[in-house]
Design a protein around this ligand. Structure first.
Ligand SMILES: [Fe+2]
Length: 385
C-alpha cells in the first residue's frame, strides 16, 4: 500500500511537471497549398506538426510527415509560442493534424541538448484536428467578420451561437479584440482561447490590428501569435478568386499625443503602406481578381487624425485599385459610406455588437449584418468589380 501511494505521488508529481499545450492550436494563415499553425506550451521546446490527408486509415501508429518550427535553418527550441508553416499541400483538400512539443531537459553546451517528454494535442481524445485548404480556382466563399469585441469573450460566444463555423472559409478579426495587450494571458483571456474553442483549430483566423492592439507592453509580441504570408500585418490574402487586402490603419490620435510617450510613428507607417499599395498596382500584383479591403479604421467616418491621415495617404492609392468594398470597425456603431469624392468605393462599418456574415457568389458579395436582436439585422449587396 505504501509503495502504491508513493508510486501514485511520483506519477502525480511527474504528471504535474510534464510539458503541456496550454493554448491553441489555431490556424492563422492559409492558402491553397499551405497553412500556418500556432500553439503555446508552458515550457519551451522542439515543435512540429504531423499532417495526413483525410482518409479511412488510422491517423496514429504510422510515420507521418513532420513540419517543424524553423527559423533561418534552425529548429526553434527556445520559445514556448510555436509557429509551424505546413507546405506542399493539395488545394481544396481536408487534412488531419496534431501538434507536438518536446521539452528541453538540459542544454549541455553548443547545440548538444537533451530532450525529454513530449506534449501533443488529442492523444487522449483519439481524434486529430482537421483543416481544409482553400481551392486553387475561384468558387463561392463564406467568411465572418468580428471586431471591437474589447475583451468580451462570453459575448462573442453568445453572438455567434448560431454560426456553423464548419461552413465558414475564414474568420476575420478586424481589430480591437482587446483594450490593450498587457501579456500573453491577457490576450488569451480576452478572446484568443475562446476563438480556439469556437473555430480556430479548423477555420483560419485572419487578424487585422485595431488601434487598441497597438498599446501596452506586450503589443510588439502580437506578430508571434499571428504570423502572416509576407512578414507584415498589411498584406494581400488570396482566397478562392478574391484578393483580400489588409490595411493596418494605426492609431487614431496624432503620433505626438502625450499618451503615446513618443513611442509611435504611424504617419510614416501609413505612408509606407501607401507606397506598398502603389507597388502592388504598378507591379500588377493585384488587379486580376476582385479586391475586398479590410481596415479597422474607416477613412472618412470619424473626425480623428488617423482617419484624416488615411485620406491623404492610403485612400488615394486604394482609389486607383478598383476596390469593390471596404469593411471596417472602430466606431462601435453601424455606419455606411457611399462612394464619394474622397473614396470611390463603399465602406461598411460593423459595430462592436454585431458580426458580418459575408457570402461571395455569382460576382456579388452579400453581407448579413447580425446582432443578438432582430432589429439590428441588415443586408447589403456589393457587386464585385
Ligand atoms: Fe478602434
Amino acid at each position: 500500500m505504501k509503495h502504491l501511494l508513493l508510486g501514485l505521488m511520483l506519477l502525480f508529481t511527474l504528471g504535474a511537471n510534464a510539458i503541456k499545450v496550454t493554448h491553441g492550436p489555431w490556424i492563422c494563415d492559409m492558402d491553397s497549398t499551405s497553412a500556418t499553425i500556432v500553439w503555446v506550451t508552458d515550457k519551451p521546446g522542439l515543435s512540429w506538426v504531423e499532417v495526413a490527408p483525410e482518409g479511412p486509415d488510422h491517423f496514429y501508429g504510422q510515420a507521418r510527415p513532420r513540419y517543424y518550427d524553423v527559423l533561418a535553418g534552425r529548429r526553434v527550441i527556445t520559445d514556448s509560442v510555436h509557429r509551424v508553416h505546413v507546405t506542399g499541400l493539395k488545394p481544396d483538400a481536408k487534412y488531419r493534424y496534431r501538434v507536438f512539443t518536446q521539452e528541453i531537459v538540459e542544454w549541455h553546451y553548443d547545440d548538444l541538448v537533451s530532450l525529454g517528454k513530449t506534449a501533443c494535442t488529442d492523444v487522449w481524445r483519439g481524434k486529430p484536428y482537421t483543416f481544409t485548404t482553400f481551392p486553387a480556382q475561384p468558387r463561392d466563399l463564406t467568411f465572418l467578420v468580428l471586431n471591437d469585441i474589447h475583451e468580451r469573450p462570453q459575448f462573442m460566444k453568445e453572438l455567434c451561437k448560431d454560426v456553423d463555423f464548419h461552413k465558414i472559409d475564414f474568420v476575420l478579426l478586424n481589430g480591437d479584440m482587446s483594450h490593450r495587450i498587457r501579456d500573453q494571458k491577457h490576450m488569451m483571456d480576452a478572446y484568443l482561447d475562446t476563438c480556439v474553442s469556437m473555430f480556430a483549430t479548423h477555420t483560419p483566423l485572419f487578424f487585422n490590428r485595431g488601434n487598441h492592439e497597438l498599446r501596452d507592453r506586450f503589443a510588439d509580441n502580437l506578430y508571434h501569435y499571428f504570423p502572416t504570408n509576407n512578414g507584415h500585418y498589411y498584406r494581400v490574402q488570396h482566397v478562392a478568386g478574391i484578393d483580400f487586402l489588409f490595411i493596418d490603419s494605426g492609431e487614431d490620435k496624432p503620433d505626438e499625443s502625450i499618451e503615446y510617450s513618443g513611442m509611435v510613428d504611424y504617419d510614416h507607417y501609413r505612408e509606407e503602406q501607401a507606397h506598398w499599395l502603389r507597388s502592388l498596382r504598378e507591379e500588377k500584383k493585384v488587379g486580376r481578381y476582385p479586391l475586398v479591403v479590410f481596415s479597422h479604421m474607416p477613412p472618412t467616418l470619424k473626425n480623428w487624425h488617423g482617419c484624416y491621415h488615411m485620406q491623404k495617404t492610403i485612400t488615394p492609392e486604394l482609389n486607383k485599385m478598383n476596390v469593390s468594398v471596404m469593411l471596417s470597425g472602430h466606431l462601435h456603431a453601424f455606419a455606411y459610406q457611399e462612394p464619394n469624392e474622397v473614396i470611390n468605393f463603399p465602406n461598411l462599418v460593423n459595430s462592436n455588437n454585431t458580426y458580418l456574415l459575408c457570402h461571395i457568389s455569382k460576382g456579388k458579395l452579400e453581407v448579413d449584418y447580425v446582432g443578438l436582436t432582430a432589429k439590428e439585422k441588415k443586408h447589403f449587396t456589393f457587386p464585385l468589380k
